[in-house]
Design a binder for this molecule. Structure first.
Ligand code: SF4
Ligand code: SF4
Length: 377
């Protein structure tokens, strides 16, 4: 395994705290069966910056190791892995963000930025629709969004935003992988990582009974709401992709009927994005106070709110697309979608990406011999 160039002497406060706790865990090892973090930890004796960043994103904050821990607060060792990992994930969102200033700004004011951005964009789009025909006006061809905003306008607006977001995320991922290299990637390790992501495997708590929420009790409810959110997002993305193929390759432009593939995919995705984030917000508000990092609450709620607003406004638009409310509801929906895209590289969404990379790294390194050379090794 390649030696990392990161020194254990240059750790920040959150990195030092996670490193301190992991040294205690490495002596204890009681939680080895809960998730991938602990077996990955046992392959190391020291934890440099790259190690703790990798392990922090391998953690998905299930809370199990806090409830199991004999050294958890009020014990003087104060081992709280979920909270320490959550605080460190925030550091990684900022450290790997491109440009970094955007990451810092979003982390400090996540909820405010999410709501202000979606409102401002919806207002701007609504204003241009209003200038075209008034507050409420029915396009001559029902359900035709291109009568409110031309196809070229939408392509330019979203193309520019999408291009920026893809570039910013690619820069962040490249920086993360540079710090946590993926050596000796194999088809088996890729297949294992993809399966873990697609099934949200570790949200079963490692024992099949689920995560901890507000108490010691295990529940699978977070996995259910995560699935609604994850697949809701993918279905909405699939709906847009299918519509793009229809438009450019089949010369079949929108509007599409209710029982066409893009509308069915978008409708199912919209329901997923309403049900999933509603459940996740409910669980977040009831979560055990020691599980998370309170300073991230605004950013987390902002992310959930944007997903929810995107799903809900999409469903409302579908219901009203043949009425004079269409231009207004389309403006609101596009404002929410665009705000969601712009904030994607700077918050919780990136945990999904870094976690995918961390799961792949874990699937690779578990197939390699350990280089610790201890005892039976
Ligand atoms: S979290 Fe606590 S119980 Fe679990 S391995 Fe660490 S020290 Fe041991
Ligand atoms: S909180 Fe859950 S996922 Fe994170 S380290 Fe503990 S057991 Fe693993």
């Amino acid at each position: 395994m390649q030696e990392s160039s990161f020194s254990i002497m240059n750790l920040g406060a959150n990195e030092k705290e996670v490193s301190r706790m992991l040294h205690i865990c490495n002596g204890c090892r009681y939680c080895e069966g809960f998730c991938a973090v602990f077996p990955a930890m046992t392959r190391r004796l020291e934890f440099n910056q790259a190690d703790v960043h990798y392990l922090a994103n391998l953690c998905h904050n299930c809370g199990a190791c806090l409830h199991a821990c004999q050294y958890a607060p009020p014990h003087e060792f104060a081992v709280n892995i979920p909270k320490g990992m959550a605080a460190l994930r925030k550091t990684t969102y900022i450290d790997y963000a491109w440009p970094q200033a955007m990451g810092q700004m979003y982390q400090r004011n996540g909820l405010f930025i999410a709501l202000m951005l979606s409102t401002a964009l919806a207002f701007f789009l609504g204003l241009s629709a209003y200038l075209k025909g008034g507050l409420f006006w029915a396009p001559t061809e029902t359900g035709n969004f291109y009568q409110a905003f031309s196809h070229n306008t939408l392509v330019w607006m979203f193309g520019l935003v999408f291009g920026f977001v893809v570039f910013a995320m690619a820069m962040s991922i490249a920086k993360f992988i540079k710090n946590s290299p993926l050596e000796k990637t194999s088809c088996d390790s890729i297949q294992e990582a993809v399966t873990s992501i697609a099934t949200l495997k570790y949200l079963d708590g490692g024992h099949g009974e689920g995560c901890n929420e507000e108490s010691d009790r295990y529940t699978k409810i977070r996995r259910v709401f995560h699935h609604f959110t994850f697949y809701g997002f993918l279905l909405c993305f699939a709906a847009t992709s299918v519509a793009t193929i229809y438009h450019y390759f089949l010369a079949y432009p929108a509007p599409y009927p209710y029982f066409s593939l893009p509308v069915i995919l978008g409708t199912l995705g919209g329901f997923g994005l309403v049900i999933g984030p509603t459940g996740l917000l409910y669980l977040k508000l009831r979560r055990h106070p020691l599980h998370g990092d309170p300073s991230q609450k605004g950013m987390d709620v902002g992310f959930i709110a944007l997903l929810w607003l995107t799903g809900l406004s999409g469903l409302v638009l579908l219901a009203l697309r043949d009425t004079s409310w269409m231009p207004l509801t389309l403006s609101i929906h596009l404002g929410c979608v665009m705000a969601f895209f712009i904030t994607m590289p700077y918050g919780k969404f990136m945990h999904g990406i870094y976690r995918g990379v961390a799961l792949l790294k874990w699937a690779i390194e578990k197939r390699l011999p350990t280089n610790l050379k201890l005892g039976a090794d």
